[in-house]
Unconditional design. Structure first.
Lengths: 424, 237
């Protein structure tokens, strides 16, 4: 399957008439040649520079509204290196998804490319060292393209017969089991869960080196496995299974810095989905309650529903693609259940506001403040004998012990530094 | 799935062997539709042996989501009832999220949602009234009443310092001699004390805990874990 072979399906795409997929400008030539060399030499710093900066600037200059040159056209400049070509195509598709609208054939080809790339990684034959940013982008884009495919497939009405036939022929492309199993395989094969455990006992280094391997090995499988846990967190949130979502994230200690905080996108995705899943599980402790507050502040409904609708619009979960209505249903359902959770919290926070002032209060008085009658409130709480409510205020206790410990360690550090200074 | 009637010891070994293998199946194949029938059998097994596995049930709901044509509403109902029995854990809503709305609109699921709402808001009288109407789906689940009664007692213990016999009766839907037995049991095992009260009848004093006696609330944060101490040991030495 070559990229040139996809040109027959370019119906949706506006490509300038003079675009030739086989023409390789000098800057692209130089880009692939240097990138290839840096990858062979494991020069992570240079790879990162080229990936972050050069790729963007060349895209802006030459490929604002056209795809990069086809992989076949650049292959001769990189010894036809199989793995490099897979990486190149991964970027090629990502650029296409970001700037143009991919055709069905291109979506399927991109799926194939991810399969081939992950296969190579899973079989442990790569010996590269790639920047965390790039590895995160792979997992992130993989999940994004899956979502995008689900949305695309749901719009069956606007499809040509040719497309429907193609969808049938490639039923495996972006199949939900395939997506989940690739992520799961990366987690398992990388042994990342064991690595993180052993790191706690001081037997292994992972976080300390940001996941990079400085003893001659490759970081690719390990870090892809690590980010795949976050990918699974996200997919399970999309599926509405918040319990399993959080279970996938368990090996990562999110109360601390980690490899997940080394890439901004990964940091945001992790905290966002972690917080969301916890709201749905109602297990936010008081320290984490800023998340609920954030949501309940603008919960004077119109604003929030927009916010949440925005969230659920991105996540569309339907798989057999027969009835397109289920798509809308799925997100409406999650929205409804979410607002129900938030409303419950809101009701409680209303009661809490009044209770802050009192340590005991009669039921009648509370009812008057809340502007409801006593029997209603009684059924909302369940009536206490003698109708007297005792108020327990939950205040986060200050952790003095911890504070002193840290100061002791800090002081010791300062003392050592002072000792080291030699006065003339 | 008609399980053979056999003597109870082999029965138990079979059950524990089954739960063992199903949990393993889920751990090894979380995303494999082939295990769907095993998981369905396992739900029935949980019902008959009065055990419970949220993990396995969520896995089954996930597979139903991917294979809507294979969904059995009877199994889904059983999963939801088992989740109700797990209150105060939030399992009921966790199981509800992955179920499509058109399925949730079915009468039996609407009832279960109402029931869970009553339990959440501790409206036990309404709960028991409503539950009577759905006896046909609830009665087939062994241990259902007992589980809800345990939850009701849990809520009462968190909320009250003292509770009248009538409120207790209403909450757990038990009266007369059976109620005496329940009270006796808790006097012996859970530290309940009965206070005779002239005009109000029996008053039960519930044991003190940090929720019904706020001053008992421990400040949990004041401990320092050992590994933090070890960090400063070299400095102290």
């Amino acid at each position: 399957m070559t990229i040139a072979g996809t040109m027959g399906y370019e119906r949706e795409q506006q490509i300038p008439g003079d675009y030739d997929p086989n023409y390789v400008p000098d800057s692209v030539k130089s880009f692939v040649v240097h990138m290839y060399r840096h990858i062979r030499e494991k020069n992570v710093y240079e790879i990162h520079q080229m990936y972050e900066t050069s790729f963007q600037s060349i895209s802006d200059r030459f490929f604002k509204d056209a795809p990069w040159p086809s992989v076949d056209a650049v292959a001769p400049y990189v010894d036809n290196d199989h793995v490099f070509c897979l990486l190149y195509r991964e970027m090629w598709f990502r650029h296409l998804y970001a700037r143009l609208s991919p055709t069905l054939k291109q979506r399927i080809d991109s799926w194939d490319n991810y399969c081939n790339l992950f296969q190579v990684v899973l079989h442990g034959v790569v010996n590269m060292q790639l920047p965390n940013q790039w590895l995160w982008d792979m997992v992130d884009e993989f999940v994004y393209q899956f979502q995008s495919f689900c949305q695309y497939r749901a719009k069956m009405k606007s499809k040509t017969e040719q497309e429907i036939a193609l969808l049938r022929q490639y039923g495996q492309a972006w199949n939900v089991y395939g997506v989940l199993n690739y992520l799961q395989a990366l987690v398992e094969k990388s042994m990342i869960i064991k690595i993180l455990e052993q790191e706690k006992e001081g037997l292994e280094q992972f976080t300390a080196t940001d996941g990079y391997d400085y003893s001659g090995g490759s970081n690719v499988l390990k870090v892809l496995g690590y980010f795949s846990m976050i990918g699974l967190l996200r997919v399970h949130c999309l599926l509405g299974d918040y319990h399993t979502a959080l279970k996938c994230l368990l090996p990562i200690d999110i109360s601390q810095q980690g490899v997940y905080t080394s890439v901004i996108g990964s940091h945001i995705t992790t905290i966002y989905h972690y917080g969301f899943a916890n709201v749905m599980l109602r297990s936010l402790s008081s320290q984490e309650s800023s998340y609920t507050e954030l949501i309940s502040i603008d919960c004077s409904l119109p604003a929030t529903s927009d916010l949440v609708v925005y969230y659920f619009r991105i996540l569309i979960v339907h798989f057999n693609g027969k009835e397109s209505n289920d798509n809308v249903d799925a997100y409406r359902l999650q929205l409804k259940l979410f607002l129900y959770e938030v409303k419950q919290q809101q009701l409680l926070s209303g009661v809490r506001t009044f209770l802050k002032v009192y340590s005991t209060i009669t039921l009648g008085k509370l009812a008057a403040y809340m502007e409801v009658d006593e029997p209603t409130l009684r059924s909302d709480s369940i009536s206490p004998p003698k109708d007297m409510i005792h108020v327990a205020e939950s205040k986060p206790a200050k952790r003095y012990g911890d504070y002193f410990m840290r100061q002791i360690v800090k002081l010791e550090g300062v003392m050592t530094d002072v000792d080291r200074i030699k006065l003339e | 799935m008609g399980r053979e009637i056999s003597n109870s010891t082999t029965n138990q070994t079979q059950q524990s062997a089954m739960s063992h293998t199903v949990e393993q199946l889920v751990a090894v194949n979380p995303y494999n539709p082939d295990i769907l029938p095993d998981l369905e059998n396992y739900v029935n097994e949980q019902v008959s042996s009065q055990t419970y596995s949220l993990n396995a049930n969520l896995c089954l709901l996930r597979l139903y989501q991917f294979e809507p044509e294979r969904m059995s509403t009877q199994i889904v109902a059983r999963i939801l009832i088992k989740a109700l029995m797990a209150m105060p854990a939030p399992d009921f809503s966790l199981c509800l999220f992955p179920i499509p709305e058109r399925v949730q609109m079915e009468e039996q699921f609407k009832t279960l949602i109402v029931l869970s709402h009553y339990l959440e808001t501790a409206r036990f009288r309404q709960f028991w009234d409503e539950a009577v109407k759905s006896r046909h789906i609830l009665e087939v689940i062994p241990g259902f009443e007992q589980a809800i009664q345990a939850y009701a007692i849990h809520v009462l213990s968190l909320t009250y310092q003292k509770v009248t016999r009538s409120i207790l009766a209403e909450s757990i839907n038990i009266e007369g001699l059976s109620l005496d037995k329940v009270i006796e049991h808790h006097v012996a095992n859970s530290g309940w004390v009965i206070e005779k009260n002239q005009n109000k009848g029996q008053l039960i004093i519930l044991p003190r805990n940090e929720f019904n006696h706020p001053e008992l609330k421990k400040s949990t944060a004041d401990g320092i874990p050992l590994e933090h101490i070890t960090r400063i040991l070299p400095i102290l030495g």
